[in-house]
Design a protein around this ligand. Structure first.
Ligand SMILES: Cc1ncc(COP(=O)(O)O)c(C=O)c1O
Length: 407
């Protein structure tokens, strides 16, 4: 046999543990396979706006290519983008940062990776408010830390309470990670919700706060977005505020995320980044235009998302067995399917979990959604309503038919 085709014994690094490719990507792949087979699957799994990148932003990217902004960019971001980020934090969040307190990376995900790699030692704990974006726990593990899940119950609006936070803090706690509005629950924290949490953190000076604000611009019903460093300046010296252009400006493919925080942390993150990669120079130029250019598109899109949210929440709540809290932000609904557990599908399958329910929806009713168990809270399922109203209406009708067919 040709030696080049023989399988070698590959042993993955121990640090990967049981971490695999994200469940959400697997559902996306299963849906894509069914589509290739000709099935009319509606995919409501992706965390990606269906809108296009605004034209002015695309033009800024084209201009960057034509004018030779195609060389290695500076390690922590171009001066123009860092200035735009400093100005964004001042204008939108009332936060004042110097350029060396700001860093840019290839997406907010890379920012989180740099921050955890730069700060965690084996055994260091990171408190995560479940349900949460599973990437958090996986990056913490890769960085050698220990994720500590705190379940945020639906009765509390899927928000972390001060009491639960207090109980979870140990001498090994390094970070609390908060994400508002949240992926997957859509829950957002008002100042009144955040204040008790900041008070707990003030009592525990060894705990730092990572605030993932990537869905900042997607808040509804006139809710005022607030971030922790803004409402509690005493926490600013130990807060990393993470954001990016992916969701607000429909720029997921451009891969630009950024953060602001204390200089020593930002410098340590640069050490990690220096051995991976800087953010694409062309994308950085486009992100400057996104942050500095006209912002009206944010309002238009926010209103479109709000309409879609209302459509989906109303349709889900009309289905026997499903109950959906109205989320304050992001583009996800996180509905309970507890009322369906124990029911039986026409082929005899018993719906014994949210994962089985989601598999049933995909395989027998052509709708791809993600089980709550993927985010650390069951039995729920997440719908991403970043899709046209027409496909959302059709998807909800299919889910209703699927539920009626259960006995
Ligand atoms: C909560 C949250 N944070 C961060 C990100 C990462 O965004 P990006 O890496 O595209 O900037 C996502 C993307 O799905 C997310 O849902």
């Amino acid at each position: 046999m040709d030696k080049s085709t023989q399988c070698s014994d590959f042993r993955p690094a121990g640090r990967l543990g049981s971490i695999g490719v994200s469940e959400i990507l697997k559902i996306g792949a299963a849906a894509a396979r069914l589509k290739r087979e000709g099935r009319p699957v509606i995919v409501l799994g992706a965390g990606e706006p269906d809108f296009d990148t605004p034209d002015n932003v695309k033009q800024a990217g084209e201009h960057a290519i034509r004018t030779g902004k195609t060389k290695y960019p500076p390690l922590e971001g171009t001066p123009e983008l860092k200035a735009a980020i400093v100005e964004k934090f001042r204008r939108e969040n009332g936060l004042s940062y110097a350029p060396d307190e700001v860093t840019v990376s290839s997406g907010a995900k890379a920012i989180l990776y740099n921050a955890f790699m730069a700060s965690l030692d084996p055994g260091d704990e990171v408190i995560l408010a479940a349900p949460y974006w599973t990437t958090y726990a996986d990056i913490v593990r890769i960085a050698g830390g220990t994720p500590v899940d705190v379940v945020c119950r639906e009765e509390n609006g899927f928000r972390l309470t001060a009491e639960d936070l207090e109980r979870a803090i140990t001498p090994r706690t390094r970070w609390l990670l908060l994400n508002s509005p949240s992926n997957p629950s859509g829950a957002a924290y008002t100042e009144a919700n955040l204040r008790p949490i900041t008070e707990v953190l003030l009592r525990h000076p060894h705990v730092w706060l990572m605030s993932d604000d990537i869905y900042e611009h997607l808040v509804y019903d006139g809710l005022d977005f607030v971030t922790a460093a803004q409402i509690e300046p005493a926490l600013k010296p130990r807060t990393l505020t993470v954001n990016g252009v992916s969701k607000a400006y429909a720029m997921t493919g451009w891969r630009i995320g950024y953060a602001a925080g204390p200089k020593p942390l930002i410098a340590a993150m640069a050490v990690v980044q220096s051995q991976i990669s800087m953010a694409c120079s062309v994308s950085q130029a486009a992100a400057v235009e996104a942050l500095n250019g006209p912002q009206e598109i944010l309002t238009e899109r926010r209103l479109a998302f709000q309409r879609r949210r209302d459509l989906v929440v109303d349709a889900l709540n009309a289905i026997d067995g499903i109950a959906c809290r109205k989320p304050e932000g992001a583009f996800y609904t996180f509905a309970s399917c507890a009322g369906l557990i124990g029911r039986r599908a026409p082929d005899g399958t018993v719906i014994d979990s949210d994962a089985t329910f989601c598999r049933y929806l995909l395989e027998q009713h052509d709708v791809a959604v993600v089980p709550g168990s993927c985010f650390g809270l069951a039995p729920y399922f997440r719908i991403s309503y970043a899709a046209s109203e027409e496909s959302l209406r059709e998807a909800c009708a299919r889910i209703a038919r699927a539920c009626v067919a259960l006995s």
